[in-house]
Write a protein that binds this ligand. Sequence first.
Ligand code: PGA
Length: 244
Amino acid sequence: MKPIIIANWKMNPASLKEAKSLFSAVSKKIKKTSSEIVFCPPSAYLFLFQKKQGFKLGAQNCHWEERGAFTGEVSALQLSSLGCSYIILGHSERRKQGETSETVKNKVNSVLESGLMPVLCIGESREQRDRGEEQKVLEQQILESLEGISQNKLKTKGLCIAYEPVWAIGTGMPCDPEEAQKMMLFIKKVVSGIYPLDKIKILYGGSVNSKNAEEYIKESGYDGLLVGGSSLDPEEFSKISKLF
Ligand code: PGA
């Protein structure tokens, strides 16, 4: 199976000019890869990626309604009409700003209804891990974010779940591949109680770079990677994409 490599640009870069040059540098370099490459730039730059070949397009968030009086929001359907096929949901940087599993659940539902692939982010904080609560936190995030979402909804697209320990994000301190594997098997165990596992892809995210990327796929057994900082470096990101 092709690994899914998602570039999460977050709120970068700072200007359209920089976004254009980053996009042109990256897209030239990633041509020969057998991975499924997904770019998730800020919504403001999505148009740059339209009609380009060789990769998929995604967004970093959406609203759960299709349209209406929701100032500042964008819907899954609108993102789909711009060519997006993946939407990252429940990223810890959004949960820190007040996003709850309840809103994430509504968003997962709407993304599936719009025919797109949700990338549900889950992960424990440093404090939760220090208290030995990591599995409890993951289980709760999974069950609450998917509550009431039937197997039938997953029939066409399926679902990606990204394990992103909060303490590994942007810190240069990635999760040890052995520990990451343990967490992946735990996620599978929880999810298998709700859905057939062949509908679920599990991704790792948190300080992924060209040196450690391979371990998560080949040793830990993840189906893909969610890459933040290294996706803003054309050299690094192309190296990661060519590993598989
Ligand atoms: P990072 O971010 O690769 O910079 O740690 C990952 C993410 O937040 O998705």
